[in-house]
Design a protein around this ligand. Structure first.
Ligand code: GLN
Length: 607
């Protein structure tokens, strides 16, 4: 298969000729996209041992940032082992939030990290799952693409993975593609990926593929010592699978002791400088700098024989639509700004997926980006909407909500699905509306705001979303099949980047400084246009909509200091150094609100 020359000049002995005529046609299977030249691109494969959740995504994005700053065009692929076709059907408890790309791909949050570090948008070429792999193989088989061969793990299944990696590299025009394999090396679901990457290394040729294994260094408190055995064993497992990593990255809570790193180098027989410390950093955006101090980019480039190119000598033009951090130095400027934050804003996040920080990762990021831009440190506070739900009838829920919210400066009501936590979100919105607390409702949060307003201000106590109450007499939020026909996507999710028209002179238009914007969507239900006149008659202003369609996408309440609901997810396009205007507006209003509440013109103090 692939680029390996078939030694045609050697005569085939007669006794074997008949056999070779009937032998496996699958052996000629080529995992080569049209026009792909083997050995031109380089690949960095990132795996993990000991445990998942090591921060492989942050490491990969950090390394990509360093390589890009040296003038190389980089690309990233995240491969996840689950058999779901994409992350759209996963609970955020499983692998963190579901991130949405411009083209509507619902993917792993690591792709979000990469976009934030690099400042440009990725697509379905950057995310792969075993579910997609199965689908791809089945489609090829049904299409008769395997030339009569029985479909085998090798070369067909591994070949399709190799092809995907090459296609992605080709599409991105990348010098270097980073492939991050989710989960850990021992996961059965990852075997295919690891075999395929070993195959890629074999096919692309020597020094084309650089393997990096991340490990967790256990800090045994009762021994007051860092222990490396689990890291050794985890890496040995990878070696048993035929891959000797060129670099080991040691994740740990505290700086990894030189002795521990030396031991790992000796046991795994690799140069000590290739065993890297990556202990917890105060901000993920410090990771590139920390890696650069240890010359991770240089080691990698030297392995590839690419170290001849001068750092940042000829930076490539950044793709159109790049945000400021894509320019070299952008992250440094952001980090400097981060250290200058003096004031604190306490912002509640009223959701049901609280606990693990990853479930609302982009919201946490968007709050940090906006806060840093305004020299404010944002303290995100969990407001568990499901517990508020459980408090009892509406007055009890509102008392419970008040308890969580009364000391906060602002509120985000994020996206979500289903019944659990829904009434809790409505109670939070009600508190924010009545107490002049700055509030940003996102997607399900926006829908909750509309339902709350209809119940309280439009005398429609039965108001609800059909998602929770399919037979409600006042369907403020509902499925509108005819609109989906216009969109041409049946009754399914409305996904990806779309244009929003903003009403001139509205808060929305002022925040964005534009009347036509683009944001990313992920929803199935929407505001019922039949109720628009009623809501408007009570003071609601609809300030954003889909061009040429009656789909409402932004709502605001002018009588309130900051009451802003958006059907889209502004958090997905927020970047360090280029915060989402909506989050910036929330932070500004939160500070202003506190100043007003304290009865002073300025408040530079902290709580
Ligand atoms: N569940 C709502 C819908 O489908 C909101 C989705 C979301 O918040 N992402 O419309």
């Amino acid at each position: 298969m692939s680029d390996l020359p078939v030694p045609s000049d050697q005569p085939v002995p007669n006794s074997l000729r008949a056999l070779s005529d009937v032998s496996d046609p699958g052996e000629r299977y080529r995992a080569l996209p049209d026009g792909y030249r083997v050995g031109q691109a380089r690949f960095v494969i990132v795996t993990g041992s000991v445990m998942s959740g090591l921060g492989k995504g942050i490491f990969s994005a950090g390394l990509a940032r360093l390589l890009a700053d040296r003038g190389f065009s980089t690309n990233l692929i995240k491969m996840d082992g689950y058999y779901n076709e994409d992350a759209g059907t996963l609970s955020p408890y499983r692998h963190g939030e579901v991130f949405v790309l411009d083209d509507g791909t619902e993917c792993d949050m690591d792709i979000g990290t990469y976009e934030r570090f690099m400042g440009h948008s990725l697509s379905h070429h950057n995310y792969f799952t075993n579910g997609r792999l199965s689908q791809r193989i089945n489609a090829l088989e049904r299409g008769g693409q395997f030339s009569g061969s029985d479909v085998q793990f090798f070369p067909h299944v591994t070949g399709e993975l190799v092809r995907f990696v090459r296609e992605s590299t080709q599409t991105a025009g990348a010098d270097i593609t980073l492939v991050e394999i989710g989960g850990t090396v021992g996961d059965e679901e990852n075997r295919t990926y690891i075999s395929a990457m070993s195959d890629l290394a074999y096919q692309e040729g020597e020094r084309s593929v650089f393997f990096i294994n991340l490990v967790w260094i256990i800090e045994a408190r009762h021994l007051n010592e860092q222990k490396s055995k689990a890291a050794q064993h985890g890496t040995q497992l990878l070696m048993q699978m035929g891959i000797k990593p060129q670099m080991l990255v040691c994740r740990a809570e505290n700086a990894v002791e030189p002795g521990v790193r030396q031991k790992l180098a000796d046991r795994l027989r690799m140069p000590a400088r290739n065993v890297i410390d990556l202990h917890n950093q105060s901000s993920i955006y410090r990771v590139p700098g920390h890696l650069q101090e240890q010359r991770v980019d240089e080691i990698c480039l030297r392995y590839f024989g690419m170290d001849g190119r001068a750092p940042a000598a000829a930076p490539r033009p950044e793709p159109a639509g790049s945000s400021p951090p894509a320019a070299a130095g952008g992250l440094q400027r952001y980090l400097q700004a981060l250290t200058r934050t003096r004031r604190i804003a306490r912002i509640g996040i009223a959701g049901k997926y609280l606990g693990p920080r990853d479930t609302y990762a982009s919201i946490h990021n968007a709050l940090e980006h906006a806060g840093t831009d305004r020299q404010v440190r944002v303290e995100a506070v969990d407001v568990p909407s499901d517990l508020i739900d459980a408090a009892g009838p509406p007055p009890a829920r509102e008392r419970q909500a008040a308890e969580y919210l009364q000391d906060l400066d602002g509120l985000v009501v994020p996206g979500g699905f289903g019944r659990r936590g829904w009434e809790g979100k409505i109670a939070c919105v009600a508190y924010a509306r009545r107490h002049g607390m700055p509030m940003l409702g996102i997607c399900y949060g926006f829908q909750a705001a509309m339902v709350e307003f209809a119940r309280d201000r439009c005398a429609l106590p039965a108001a609800n979303t059909q998602e929770v109450e399919p037979r409600t007499g006042a369907p403020i939020v509902l499925l509108l099949p005819e609109q989906y026909e216009i969109e041409g996507i049946g009754g399914s999710m409305r996904l990806g980047r779309r244009t929003v028209r903003l009403r001139p002179g509205s808060l929305a238009a002022r925040l964005y400084g534009a009347e036509r914007i683009e944001e990313r969507f992920r929803h199935r239900y929407e505001l019922n246009p039949l109720y628009r006149p009623l809501l408007e008659s009570r003071g609601m202003v609809f300030s954003g909509w889909a061009p040429g369609q009656p789909i409402v996408q932004v709502a605001e309440l002018p009588e309130h200091p900051f009451y802003f609901g958006v059907q889209y997810h502004p958090e997905f396009l927020s970047r360090p150094g280029a915060p989402s205007p909506v989050f910036a507006g929330l932070i500004d209003a939160s500070l202003a609100g506190r100043r007003a509440a304290l009865g002073r013109a300025t408040d530079e103090g902290t709580r």
